[in-house]
Design a protein around this ligand. Structure first.
Ligand SMILES: [Zn+2]
Length: 557
C-alpha cells in the first residue's frame, strides 16, 4: 500500500471514530435482529376461503378468530398467484414464499414422463413408515425443490431451533416443515388410527408419540355423535341441512345432523371417518399441545417452529360444499378450539413471546349444482371428452397411435416419442392441441409449454399459469376452464382454478413483533414467508419471490 493511500485510510478511520463518539448518545445501536419469538406457529386451514371470516363473523367467539383479527394484522385481499390451487402446492407456497415454478410441487399428483405413472407430491418409496407398516408412512419432502421457513430457522439457530410439521394429511405436515425439519407427523386412518412419521426424519417414534397414540383419543372422538354446536338459528348463513348438493356419509341416505359416528365408522373406513368430522381438527390440536410440551418448544431463546394444518375443513368442504351447515359447524368449532389454544400458548410460552400466522392452502368453489338453481355461472367439466376428441383428431390427421399419454389436472401430456418417430414438430402439435381444446365452450384459455417456457408476463391469469408451471414436471399444454366450472361430482365441491373463489384466503399475523392493523391492498401467498422472516429476524427462504407485508411489522426500536 502506498503512503498516500495509507494516510487517506488513517484519516477516514479517525473521522469515523470522532463521529461515532460524538453521536453515541443521540443514536441507539441499530437492532439487526429484533427480539425473536420463542415459538412460531404456522397454521394452515385447509380449504379456508377468506369470506368464511366475514360470513361466520357474528357467530364466532370473541377469543378465537376475532382475537387473531382484533389483536393481530389482517390482510383482507391476499391471493394465490398461480394455478393450480391444490393442497400440496398451497402448503409448499406458504412456507417457501414462492410458487410451484420454483418449489416444484406443481400438483397433489402429477404425471411423470420417465416412469409413465402418476406421482404423489409427498410419496417416497426410498423411506419406510415409522409407527405404521402401511404405505401411508412412505412419505417425505424429497420432491420439494425450495427451502422453507423451517429450513431457515435451522440455519439461523445453528440447528438449535426445533422445527416440526403436523396434520391429519401427510402433505399438510411434510411440505410446510421442509426438508431439514426435526420431524413431521401425520394421522394414519383406516384400521390404524395413529400418528406416524417416516425414516426421512427418524428411526423410531419418540416415546411421547407412542404414549399419545396409546391414549386412543381418536376412539374417544368417534364414540359420540356429531351434532350442531349451536342453536339451529345460528346457521342462517348456510343452506338447509337436507339438500341434494351434499354427499351423505356411506351407509346413510341423507346429509343431515346429527351424525351417529359410532354407527358410521364401519362403512366409512373406520378411522378415516374422523378426518371428515371437525374432530380431526380437535385431535390435531391435542397432538400439537403434546408436541409443544414434550419437545419443549418455546422454552429457550432459539426460535422453534410448529407448522400445523387443519385438514378436516377440507374433507368436510369437499363432501358438503361451501354453503353447508356441516362446513359452518366445523369453523365454529375450530374458532372455539383456537381460542383455547391461544390461551394455552399465553400460559405456556407467554404473551408476546410467540408468533402465530394463519392462512389457507386454497379456497373452494361454489357448488355448481346448487348455484345453477340461482342462475349463477358455472357447471361441470369432463376432461375425458377432451382427451377422446384429441386422440381422434390427431389419429385422423397423423395416423393411429396413443397421441395423448396423460391428461390430468388440466395438463395434457403428448406422446413425444411418437411425435419424434413421425418426424413431426412438437411445438406445432402443442399449438394444434391448444387450439383444439378451445373448441369446448367450458375451456377459457390454453397455453403450450413452448410458450410458457419462453416468456414471462401477460395478464394476471396468464402469469398465474406460468407461476404454476415447471418445465420438467408440467404438461405440453395447460388449459384453464371458465369461471365457475369444476371437474367433480354433483355434490360438494373442489378447487384448483385461478379464480378468486380458489385464490382468496385469509392471512393473519398475531403476536411477537406484529403491528396491529389491517390492509386491503392486494398481496400474494408468496408474501407470507418473507413477512415471517422479517418479523422473526432470520433469512428468507432461498427461492422466495414474495415481498414482506411491511405494514404488519412493528418497529424494533
Ligand atoms: Zn387443501
Amino acid at each position: 500500500m502506498n503512503f498516500k493511500l495509507r494516510f487517506y485510510l488513517a484519516s477516514l478511520f479517525t473521522l469515523f471514530l470522532s463521529c461515532a463518539t460524538s453521536q453515541q448518545s443521540a443514536v441507539n445501536t441499530p437492532s439487526m435482529v429484533g427480539k425473536p419469538p420463542r415459538l412460531i406457529i404456522g397454521i394452515t386451514v385447509d380449504q379456508m376461503r377468506y369470506d368464511y371470516l366475514q360470513r361466520y363473523w357474528d357467530d364466532f367467539t370473541a377469543v378465537g378468530f376475532k382475537r387473531l383479527v382484533g389483536e393481530g394484522f389482517v390482510c383482507h385481499n391476499l391471493h394465490y398467484n398461480y394455478m393450480p390451487t391444490y393442497t400440496g402446492p398451497g402448503h409448499a407456497s406458504i412456507f417457501t414464499g414462492t410458487t410451484p415454478a420454483y418449489h416444484g410441487i406443481i400438483q397433489n399428483d402429477w404425471y411423470d414422463r420417465s416412469s409413465n405413472s402418476m406421482i404423489y407430491c409427498s410419496s417416497d418409496t426410498t423411506v419406510k413408515g415409522v409407527g405404521t407398516p402401511s404405505k401411508a408412512g412412505q412419505m417425505s419432502p424429497h420432491y420439494l425443490t425450495a427451502s422453507t421457513l423451517g429450513d431457515m430457522i435451522g440455519h439461523h439457530t445453528n440447528r438449535k431451533g426445533k422445527v416440526f410439521g403436523i396434520a391429519m394429511k401427510d402433505r399438510g405436515a411434510i411440505l410446510p416443515a421442509g426438508r431439514t425439519a426435526n420431524g413431521a407427523y401425520w394421522f394414519v386412518g383406516g384400521e390404524e388410527g395413529k400418528w406416524a412419521s417416516s425414516t426421512w426424519y427418524m428411526e423410531a417414534l419418540p416415546e411421547w408419540v407412542n404414549a399419545f397414540n396409546a391414549q386412543k383419543k381418536a376412539d374417544e372422538y368417534l364414540s359420540k355423535p356429531w351434532s350442531l354446536l349451536g342453536d339451529e338459528s345460528t346457521y342462517n348463513e348456510s343452506a338447509a341441512d337436507n339438500n341434494a348438493h351434499e354427499a351423505p356419509f356411506k351407509g346413510t341416505t341423507k346429509p343431515t345432523f346429527p351424525y351417529d359416528l359410532p354407527a358410521l365408522r364401519a362403512a366409512n373406513g373406520n378411522y378415516e371417518l374422523l378426518k371428515a368430522t371437525p374432530f380431526g381438527n380437535s385431535l390435531t390440536l391435542d397432538f400439537a399441545q403434546a408436541l409443544i410440551e414434550n419437545e419443549q418448544l418455546g422454552k429457550d431463546n432459539d426460535v422453534d417452529m410448529l407448522c400445523m394444518s387443519f385438514s378436516s375443513t377440507d374433507y368436510i368442504g369437499h363432501q358438503f360444499g361451501i354453503h353447508a351447515r356441516e362446513t359452518q359447524d366445523c369453523y365454529l368449532r375450530l374458532d372455539q378450539e383456537l381460542a383455547v389454544f391461544l390461551l394455552y400458548l399465553d400460559q405456556t410460552i407467554g404473551k408476546d413471546q410467540y408468533l402465530v400466522f394463519l392462512s389457507a392452502d386454497h379456497g373452494g368453489a361454489p357448488t355448481p349444482s346448487y348455484t345453477a338453481k340461482q342462475k349463477a355461472i358455472g357447471g361441470y367439466w369432463k376432461s375425458d371428452r377432451l382427451e377422446l376428441m384429441l386422440e381422434d383428431t390427431l389419429a385422423k390427421k397423423y395416423g393411429q397411435g396413443d397421441w395423448i399419454v396423460n391428461e390430468s389436472n388440466q395438463n395434457i401430456f403428448l406422446n413425444r416419442a411418437l411425435i419424434q418417430s413421425k418426424k413431426l414438430s412438437l411445438k406445432e402439435i402443442q399449438y394444434e392441441v391448444a387450439a383444439l381444446a378451445l373448441d369446448f365452450p367450458e375451456v377459457h384459455q390454453a397455453f403450450t409449454s413452448s410458450d410458457l417456457n419462453q416468456f414471462r408476463g401477460g395478464d394476471l391469469i396468464k402469469s398465474m399459469v406460468q407461476n404454476g408451471f415447471d418445465s420438467s414436471r408440467s404438461g405440453d399444454v395447460v388449459y384453464i376452464l371458465k369461471p365457475g366450472y369444476i371437474e367433480y361430482g354433483m355434490t360438494g365441491t373442489t378447487h384448483g382454478s385461478p379464480y378468486t373463489y380458489d385464490t382468496h384466503v385469509p392471512a393473519i399475523f398475531f403476536g411477537a413483533g406484529v403491528r396491529k392493523g389491517e390492509t386491503f391492498e392486494r398481496f400474494t401467498i408468496a408474501d407470507i414467508a418473507p413477512t415471517v422472516s422479517m418479523l422473526a429476524g432470520f433469512a428468507l427462504p432461498d427461492a422466495c419471490t414474495g415481498t414482506p407485508i411491511v405494514e404488519s411489522i412493528a418497529p424494533r426500536r
